[in-house]
Structures are given as structure tokens and as C-alpha cells.
Design a protein around this ligand. Sequence first.
Ligand SMILES: NC(=O)C1=CN([C@@H]2O[C@H](COP(=O)(O)OP(=O)(O)OC[C@H]3O[C@@H](n4cnc5c(N)ncnc54)[C@H](O)[C@@H]3O)[C@@H](O)[C@H]2O)C=CC1
Ligand SMILES: O=P(O)(O)OC[C@H]1O[C@](O)(CO)[C@@H](O)[C@@H]1O
Length: 385
Amino acid sequence: MKAIHFGAGNIGRGFIGKLLADAQAELTFADVNQPLVDQLAHQQSYQVNVVGENARVEQVNRVSAIHSNSPDAIQQIAQADIITTAVGPQVLSKIANTLAQGLIVRYNSGNHQPMNIIACENMVRGTSQLKQHVLLAIPAELHAWVEEHIGFVDSAVDRIVPPSAAANDDPLEVTVETFSEWIVDSTQFKGQLPQIAGMESTANLMAYVERKLFTLNTGHAIAAYLGQLAGYQTIREAILDPAIRDVVKGAMEESGAVLIKRYSFDPEQHSAYIEKILGRFENPYLHDDVERVGRQPLRKLSENDRLIKPLRGTLEYGLPNNNLLMGIAAALSYRSHQDPQAQEMAYLLNEKGITHTVKQVCGLEDQPELVAQIANVYNAMQRQA
Ligand SMILES: NC(=O)C1=CN([C@@H]2O[C@H](COP(=O)(O)OP(=O)(O)OC[C@H]3O[C@@H](n4cnc5c(N)ncnc54)[C@H](O)[C@@H]3O)[C@@H](O)[C@H]2O)C=CC1
Ligand SMILES: O=P(O)(O)OC[C@H]1O[C@](O)(CO)[C@@H](O)[C@@H]1O
């Protein structure tokens, strides 16, 4: 099985690339970070430190690496059996052109073998969004061929992989938690479902995507935002603060109540799922900065993401949402000199004020009462800060 993985970052090396390599795939990483590409191409292996329960060190061997904008990448796409990505939601549109060019070469070279593309990003149906970008860059007369031969498979991906503080100066080394979950939509594959240990398939992907994004990511983001406000550096420090923990847990429960209504989840199992996540946030072996987890606040505050979508759900089912509102107000308080979205949000708040910003960023124009509630909580937080 020839595999290309776009994005040789934390989740790429620490999770998806590792599973592909473990499945004996002939794996090539494609990335824009030339020093990283050079190092991977040179070393062809790297170490994964699994920390927590069953801690162990695993080695990933026989990998190669190329620049994702190179002619080589296009040639390899023409020959691949599976392509995965972990580049960040905002980068999918940028890799679409390369994918499209590779598919055109594939078609012209007469390779009609089925191939599957799986975006592994924190977003709802990211691969379907990638597909739209790819199709825009492919002539219309090839669209039927793409539909017949190329599977665009949505997925949910869950493993906490913060950037490693390379203890022994190896920039390729990556530290991951023990827990991992990669779930793909079985209905979208072309050809045989690839056999990859650690990749589970389901015909009911939306339930899994929403369960993960609107529980783990909702709680993680709120822990990060409240943690930064309280002056903590890491998620562990934040979640060990009882006041923050109450809000994080409360917000996951509020979001969970929506999911239970929507997908008929078992309440007891969902409660256990939340407890397990709180334990993962506490992992003493992961140093996960609140600044990293809170990154790109405009994306995280957008209407289909981990804060506003659950809030809308509480309105849909008439459920409580006080903790979610606190999390959203804390997200608006996030500041980072390194994060362009944090800068843009601070500029908007300064220039246009909280009410306008909430309406614009969160898409809550139709909910003036809710906007006012968020603004009140935000203003109170600013006074206390
Ligand atoms: N780190 C984690 O714990 C998890 C991350 N995710 C998701 O995985 C995705 C990646 O996250 P991380 O690995 O943490 O980020 P990262 O920043 O460590 O890795 C992203 C990689 O993509 C590369 N990249 C950027 N533009 C590119 C392009 N045009 N072509 C090829 N490569 C490109 C970067 O150079 C970088 O190496 C995000 O969507 C994130 O939400 C999902 C679950 C867990
Ligand atoms: O990767 P994003 O979407 O910016 O959000 C960070 C989140 O993703 C993760 O990296 C993994 O799910 C978490 O650590 C965190 O909830």
C-alpha cells in the first residue's frame, strides 16, 4: 500500500503516519517545512514516546519525505493507494491544487485503481470540504472519473499530541498520550476498506465526529481559555483548579446533553466519556500549553465549531448553557502575540466592541439576548482580570 501523508507535524508523525507505517504502508510524508522534510528524508525513522498508562517508546522506520509543492508530490499522488492529511483546517484549500494536479496525472497515465483521501483535522466533514476545493481545480469532464475512482472519506481523529520539548535534541521525536481514536466513514470508500490497525470504520460518522469535537475539544478549549485568564501555562494546571474544572466539566455536560438528545447516546456512557477526558487533560506526562490548545480563536468561535455549535444545540432543545457561555466569553478574552487570529480578534474587540464582535465572529446575529449574555460575562471577566 503506497501512502502519502500531508503534514508531518504532531498528529502526522505521532498518530496517523505512525498507524500507516505500522500497517506496513510505503509511507511518504509531504510537508512545506523544508528542514523537517530534509531531516525526515535523511533519517527515515523517528521515535514516538507514548506516555501515561502503558508508557513505551516506539520506533517508526522506513519513511520518506518530500516537499508538498514539488513535482515529486504530484507524481506520487498519481500512484498512491491512500492519502491522509493533518495540516490544519485552514490549509486544506492550499493542498487541494497539488491533489488535483496529481489526480489529473493519475487519470492521464491510465491509473484507474481506487484511491482514498482522508483528512484528519479537527473539523466536521473536513474531507468533504477538501473534495470541493479539489474539484474546483479539476476540469469538469474529469469529475465523473473522480467520483468513480477516488473516495473522499470523512473522519474523526482523537489523540492529544502537543509539540515535544525534544529532550535529546531530536526534532523528529514526538510525545503522545496512550489514548487514540481514528474513526472513518465506511460509506465513502472506493475499493476495499484498507486494513490499518487503529483505524475504525462506521456508517454513522456524524455521531462520532460531534461526540469528539463537541466534548473533548469543547472542554479542552474552555480549559485553555479559562486557564490563560487565571494565569496558568498548561492544561494540566488549569484543569487541576477546581473552579476551572467545574466550568469545563459543566460545559461538556451541557454539550453532552445536546448530543444525548440528538444521537440517543447512553447518558451513563457519555458521563464516563467526560470523566475519561478530564483524566486525559490531567496527564502529568504531557506538557500542553494553554496557548497551543486555544490557538486560532476565530476558528474555534465560528458557528460550526466546538463552542457555538453546542450552544446552538442547547437553544434547539431548550437546555441549560451557563458554562458554555462562560467558555465563550473566556475564548473572547484569549490573547497571543504569536497568533494572527488572536490579534485580529483583539483588534475587532477594540475597534467594534464586544457586541459587534460576537455577532460577527460567532454568527449569532439572530440571537440578540444570547449576545447580550455573552457580552455581560465577557465584561465581568475583563473587570476581574
Ligand atoms: N496535535 C493534536 O493533538 C491533534 C491535532 N489534530 C488536528 O490535526 C491537524 C494538525 O495538527 P498538528 O499536528 O497539531 O499541527 P502541526 O502544526 O504540528 O502540524 C501541521 C503540519 O502541517 C504542515 N503544513 C502546513 N502547510 C502545509 C502544506 N501546504 N502542505 C503540507 N504540509 C503543510 C506544517 O508544516 C506542519 O508540519 C489539525 O487540524 C489539528 O486540529 C487533531 C487531533 C489531535
Ligand atoms: O487542533 P485545534 O483544533 O487547534 O485544537 C486543539 C485541539 O486539538 C487537539 O490538538 C487534539 O484533539 C487538542 O489538543 C485540542 O483540543
